[in-house]
Design a protein around this ligand. Structure first.
Ligand code: PMP
Length: 410
């Protein structure tokens, strides 16, 4: 991308004009959530001023219109991830709810002594639901280890997997190290043993091309807010045959076919898993975010973010006493860079960067087992997006040097 093109993109994000302690905002906390372009912000206003109505129930014009837009976004997501049927797209609150949905709806399949495999790299939301399921069912949670760079040790995975394994749940891209995991190998190997696979793709949309059919994955989950869309909405993709087989998650309106006091039958997919009024606005607005991403092109976004990452690694590795995590193989990395500085506390460094107007994430990054692995309390994480610039990385570099100098003196 030319500088002019990036400036054009930046101009679509009003928040980037904000001053933080009289400095320009440098927003590099995109792995937590991305900023929203005008077309997404505007879509929310348009929805409430011209479409607002409940879906799927009404005969009247507005209800038909809101239903049409919601179902249209379902189809858009189906296309975006190359799912076979739009009914395989279940709207949820986000990645976390999608994982909880699967862990709950699949629990009837898990028996004492069964095994579930996750990895050392997981976000808490891909640990705790499985841990609870295992403890309820007296099943065992097995963990794929990583090497010192944070790469999954696949030879151990081959050792852990067996006929006892019922579910394998792994992230596609680590939210801490930005490592892109070899999920296709893991999916294929798991299927050889009859295990189902859930991939936590929270860090993926707009960072990698997604093709759930090609991956042959059983469940794939992600949130809208990390791809320029609104918070409070995300999806569970699941293979039709498997979703049909699972129990419903929440129950109530929308997910039923017939209700009597003796018995209830459930709706077909996707509504069986969508109890209650959905986040109609969130879904419709998300559609605009997908249009935004597709207009620029996932591949172009991916390419640009990789350039930013490569530049950041090159620059930051020059800092004396910096500890960068995640290894040096850029082919295996997405646009996330986590680090620590000498013996300095990550909160102290983060607080000073904040004073310079730089938004980074600090702390355990929702991955305490991974922090324990590296024997640290936390890390500082910079994560890039399409609106970030090389100049912002220069500014980050200078600001880290200043923070270090200040903190070592005091
Ligand atoms: N998994 C990973 C890898 C993530 O990065 C995140 C968000 N930080 C989540 C799960 C949870 O996503 P959400 O908060 O949108 O449910």
């Amino acid at each position: 991308f030319s500088k002019k093109k990036i400036q054009e993109i930046r101009d679509q994000f009003p928040i980037l004009k904000k001053k933080i302690y009289s400095n320009s905002l440098v927003y590099i906390d995109n792995a937590a959530t991305t900023q929203k372009p005008f077309q997404v912000i505007k879509a929310s206003e348009i929805y409430y001023s011209t479409i607002n109505s409940n879906v799927h129930r009404g005969l009247h014009f507005l209800s038909q219109e809101s239903t049409f837009y919601v179902e249209n976004v379902r189809k858009k997501i189906q296309k975006f991830i190359h799912a076979k049927h739009s009914s395989e797209i279940i709207f949820t609150k986000g990645t976390t709810e999608s994982i909880n949905l699967v862990a709950s709806s699949i629990s009837f399949l898990i028996k004492k002594g069964d095994e579930i495999i996750i990895s050392y790299l997981e976000h808490h939301s891909n640990i705790v639901p499985w841990q609870i399921l295992c403890s309820k069912k007296k099943a065992l949670l097995k963990i794929i280890p990583i090497n010192k760079d944070g790469l999954l040790q696949l030879e151990y995975f081959n050792f852990l997997i067996s006929e006892k394994t019922k579910i394998v749940a792994i992230n596609h891209v680590s939210n801490v190290l930005g490592i892109i995991n070899p999920v296709k190998n893991i999916i294929d190997k798991s299927h050889e043993y009859g295990a189902l696979v859930l991939i936590d793709g929270a860090q993926v949309p707009s960072s990698l091309d997604l093709d759930v059919q090609n991956l042959n994955v059983d469940f794939y989950v992600f949130s809208a807010h990390k791809m320029y869309g609104p918070t409070g909405i995300g999806i569970l993709y699941g293979k039709e045959k498997i979703l049909n087989y699972l129990d419903p998650y929440q129950t109530g309106g929308e997910m039923i076919n017939k209700v009597s006091f003796d018995q209830t039958t459930y709706s077909d997919l996707p509504f069986k898993f969508e109890a209650g009024t959905p986040n109609i606005e969130g879904i419709i607005v998300w559609g605009e975010a997908i249009d935004f991403v597709e207009k620029i092109g996932v591949e172009n976004i991916q390419h640009y973010k990789k350039e930013l990452l490569s530049y950041a690694i090159k620059l930051l590795s020059r800092i004396d006493g910096i500890q960068l995590y995640g290894g040096s193989d850029l082919k295996k990395r997405s646009s996330i860079i986590s680090f620590n500085l000498s013996k300095l506390h990550c909160f102290d460094v983060g607080s000073i960067l904040d004073r310079f107007g730089i938004a980074v994430r600090t702390g355990h990054l929702c991955a305490q087992p991974l922090m324990n692995f590296f024997n640290v309390k936390g890390m500082i994480r910079a994560s890039f997006s399409i609106y970030n610039t090389f100049e912002e990385i220069d500014y980050l570099f200078d600001s880290i040097l200043k923070a270090k100098k200040f903190l070592l003196k005091h």
